[in-house]
Design a binder for this molecule. Structure first.
Ligand code: GDP
Ligand code: GDP
Length: 463
């Protein structure tokens, strides 16, 4: 289940352009769908991994002036009713017009959940419009360029939590049969080597980070310059290209997107990857190396990138690059660890490795950290161990009883790996507090030695 986004706004602000960008080629015209008029277009949209339905109030261009207001109002209201969230676009080059204010009014009256987008914001021509937009009272304006694809990353970060809300709702509604113990569980219980991962496939990694962090330098170092002669090969999809390498004896596949595609044709050095290229590569990789620059570590953008990798459920290794430039290594390391713990608590225990992509120092440690992160990400814990542990955890700290209603945790099983996901059967799952969930997640990490990997716990009621 996913959500529906309506793009609304007066004619000519760029709604269709944005619609087309979000939908790509596979757009469905609504004509033959019941209950929707020809004036509304609907399509399946995708930003990175996030999928949703988008509707566009197209067709307004054709209406004559005197009927415009009324039709616009009706059409917009219909779109708002169909949607879970609205992206209200204005033209940043023109600024806020009286018609924009009419729209803002409609959205407010409807109580719609609104994202305010200032389009045509490439370059500086929309700076004034972006400032004016605050006056609409619809929150922080998001600068976009539908035509140039700018701001789509930011839109992703805004929509992502909404997507999660809907996924969680769907999970909560899912029938219990979902969580039957996997069939291979019985075998694993008997297998003394249950904790050992299998390495049939090459390790799939992606290196992401801000421009100039040293990604290209690192990737080149890992694959070795001349190995590139064997050439990048097309990946599973058109979007991703990968290079295979034998890194310290580990078959490795490094994913890249635009950078390597260009490399296939031209020069020696990998082209620079943009941040969004890197984010796209995350989808194909198992372990994400978040590369920081030691001179400016843990910038806002780094945090978003790391958080994105975590949200995507990938194993994460933090690598601090350009360590060769650092004189006070001891002090710096302590500082880095402190910042890491404070700024990225969701990645508690993830390895932090210092490297120099340029000299190659530390790459052996990076390799080992990646292998270990991958192992943990693949780990499966037998049900009997989990339940013994759960018993001890609840005995040490029973879940709080909100309003006197006791939450009883009955049973737990791991339902997935990559990353590890667990279902806990309990009474009143809706009353369970986040803090108790965190207690369980952190306990799992410590007891079963799973630092760094994202861990998902889902609560299910019985009956
Ligand atoms: P709609 O009527 O709101 O659906 O607007 P359209 O998508 O048809 O766009 C109206 C005009 O604005 C077209 O000429 C587009 O090429 C142009 N346009 C759309 N997005 C942008 C943008 O991000 N920057 C600039 N400069 N022009 C844009
Ligand atoms: P990308 O934009 O993340 O791909 O970064 P590049 O690989 O192009 O590197 C950006 C700049 O940082 C280049 O001038 C590199 O030579 C430099 N650089 C990369 N790694 C290191 C390193 O480990 N130490 C030092 N001193 N410079 C580095």
């Amino acid at each position: 289940m996913s959500f529906t986004l309506a793009i609304v706004g007066r004619p000519n602000v760029g709604k269709s352009t944005l619609f087309n960008r979000l939908v790509g080629r596979k757009l469905a015209l609504v004509d033959d769908q019941p209950g929707v008029t020809r004036d509304l277009r609907e399509g399946d949209a995708k930003i990175f991994d996030l999928r949703f339905t988008v509707i566009d109030t197209a067709g307004l261009e054709d209406v004559t002036d005197d009927s415009l207001q009324g039709r616009m109002r009706r059409l917009t209201e219909r779109a708002v009713d169909m949607a879970d969230v609205c992206l209200f676009l204005i033209d940043g080059r023109v600024g806020v017009t009286a018609t924009d204010e009419v729209f803002a009014d409609i959205l407010r009256k409807k109580g719609a959940r609104v994202i305010l987008g200032v389009n045509k914001a490439e370059g500086k021509a929309a700076d004034g419009g972006a400032v004016e937009a605050w006056a609409l009272g619809l929150g922080e304006p998001l600068r976009l360029s539908a035509e140039h694809g700018e701001g789509i990353d930011d839109l992703y970060y805004i929509l992502r939590p909404i997507g999660d809300e809907f996924t969680e709702r769907a999970e909560a509604d899912a029938p219990l049969v979902d969580i039957d113990i996997p069939e291979d569980e019985a075998d694993e219980e008997a297998d003394p080597e249950w904790h050992k991962p299998t390495h049939e496939k090459p390790l799939q990694i992606a290196v992401i980070g801000r421009p100039n962090a040293g990604k290209s330098t690192l990737i080149n170092k890992i694959i070795g310059e001349d190995r590139l002669l064997t050439g990048p090969e097309a990946g599973i999809t058109r979007d991703a290209i990968s290079v295979k390498s034998d890194w310290y004896g580990t078959p490795t596949r490094i994913f890249d997107t635009a950078g390597m595609r260009k490399k296939a044709r031209i020069s020696d050095k990998l082209e620079k990857m943009s941040v969004s290229d890197g984010l796209r590569a995350v989808r194909f990789a198992e372990v994400i190396v978040v590369l920081l620059d030691v001179e400016i570590p843990f910038e806002q953008q780094d945090l978003r990138i790391a958080d994105y990798a975590e949200t995507e459920g990938r194993a994460v290794v933090i690598a601090v690059n350009k360590w060769d430039l650092e004189d006070e290594k001891q002090d710096k390391l302590a500082q880095l660890r402190e910042s890491f713990e404070r700024l990225l608590p969701q990645l508690r225990g993830a390895p932090l490795v210092t490297v120099s992509a340029k000299t190659g120092r530390g790459l052996d440690r990076l390799h080992d950290a990646i292998i270990r992160a991958h192992d943990i990400w693949n780990r499966r814990i037998p049900t009997n161990r989990l339940n013994t542990w759960l018993g001890a955890m609840t005995e040490a700290h029973p879940p709080p009883a909100p309003g006197g209603r006791r939450i009883k945790l009955r049973y737990m099983t791991q339902v997935k790996t990559r990353p590890p996901g667990f279902v806990v059967m309990c009474s009143h799952p809706d009353l369970m507090q986040e803090s108790y969930k965190r207690y369980l997640v952190n306990g799992l990490r410590d007891h079963f030695d799973m630092p760094g990997t994202p861990i998902r716990i889902m609560l299910r009621g019985q009956g």
